[in-house]
Design a protein around this ligand. Structure first.
Ligand code: TYM
Length: 326
């Protein structure tokens, strides 16, 4: 299906499973804001996906509202972007069922998220097992051309492409293949322990952290035991890795030099980092506090976005139904 509109379509989303962290921001959310002029954008709150982990009504409602506030605070303009909850477009669950009948169990068993659970001896739910298929529906129903994400979602976009191809070969050319938009420098933002920053590893730094929280988290960044005055390795240092997100190119060069010559210790590097982060994040935090007080505005944005998205998803699901003979 080709769109006649001039702008290409962008789609992405975040799960409402906790406060977003700076990995979510640099890997994905900042792109949503930067690209909102260039693309016809659909940005959603993945609340069906969140059910794989959040199973408490009030907690979920709270997380959904807060993620909507986060999106708006980052600068997503509801006049330019369609902002909505995944559950406002239940067509995705219907499409996921249709796609489920086209993919095999061994194929889904290769998904990283599923394999991680099995390795950790957890028993995955059917929802977790089927996560990539629902995600394919998220992407294919609004007929997305591009999907900005961090590197950890690359495999999921490949699943969406495979599923579109499978549908097309089975029922005739219908769905177009989406492309991932992954920024190399920030494809995997490290957490305070050097592993990928993740809500579930407890190594994250919240994007909307208070000044005190920022300071506390930065001070807990894991470092080597090199003494003051000795040369530090910027290539392997977790503090330096995070500096790169917030400092200007000149500041990075200067810091790198100080690392190598041993003229900076971890204490000073951490102090510099949390202050720089705070300068960057404080305006976002203030805007967020303002938006959070206007509950009606936030609810209205989601309702209007949900209506608009519903119409677009409905067009595609109607075509799928017709193609499969239902
Ligand atoms: P989620 O909620 O885990 O993460 C949201 C986005 O943040 C990116 N990200 C990172 N990027 C760089 N470094 C990191 N350390 C880091 N941690 C997270 C993720 O890659 C993601 O882009 N499955 C998705 C939600 C989803 C979705 C979709 C996304 C559901 N349907 C359709 C795009 C299209 C997820 O769990 O994201």
């Amino acid at each position: 299906m080709n769109d006649t509109s001039a702008k290409k379509v962008l789609l992405s989303g975040v799960q409402p499973t906790g406060r977003p962290h700076i990995g979510n921001y640099f890997g994905a959310m900042r792109q949503y804001v930067e690209l909102q002029e260039t693309y016809e954008s659909y940005i959603f709150i993945a609340d069906y996906h969140a059910l794989t982990t959040i199973q408490d009504k009030d907690t979920l409602a709270d997380l959904i509202f807060n993620l909507a506030v986060d999106y708006l605070a980052l600068g997503l303009d509801p006049n330019k972007v369609t902002l909505y909850r995944q559950s406002a477009v239940p067509q995705v669950t219907e499409a996921a069922w249709i796609f489920n009948c086209l993919v095999t169990v061994p194929y889904l068993e290769r998904a990283h998220a599923f394999k991680d659970k099995v390795v950790n001896n957890q028993i995955p739910s059917m929802g977790l097992f089927d996560y990539p298929v629902l995600m394919a529906a998220d992407i294919l129903l609004p007929r997305a051309d591009v999907v900005p994400v961090g590197a950890d979602q690359k495999q999921h976009i490949e699943y969406a492409r495979d599923i579109a191809l499978k549908f097309n070969t089975t029922f005739g050319e219908t769905l177009s293949l989406p492309e991932p938009l992954i920024l190399t420098d920030v494809a995997t933002v490290p957490g305070i322990d050097g592993r990928k920053m993740s809500k579930s590893y407890g190594n994250d730094i919240y994007l909307f952290a208070s000044e005190e929280e920022l300071k506390q988290r930065v001070m807990s960044i894991v470092t080597s035991s090199v003494g003051v005055g000795e040369s530090l390795d910027p290539e392997t240092d977790n503090v330096f890795a995070l500096h790169k997100l917030f400092a200007t190119p000149d500041e990075i060069t200067e810091l790198e030099d100080r690392y190598r010559t041993g003229s900076i210790g971890y204490k000073e590097a951490k102090d510099l980092l949390w202050k720089q982060m705070n300068n960057f994040l404080a305006p976002l935090r203030d805007r967020r506090a303002e938006i959070a007080t206007d509950k009606d505005f936030v609810t209205d944005v989601l309702a209007a976005g949900g209506k608009k998205a519903y119409a677009r998803y409905e067009e595609t699901i109607a075509i799928l139904r017709e193609k499969i003979g239902l």
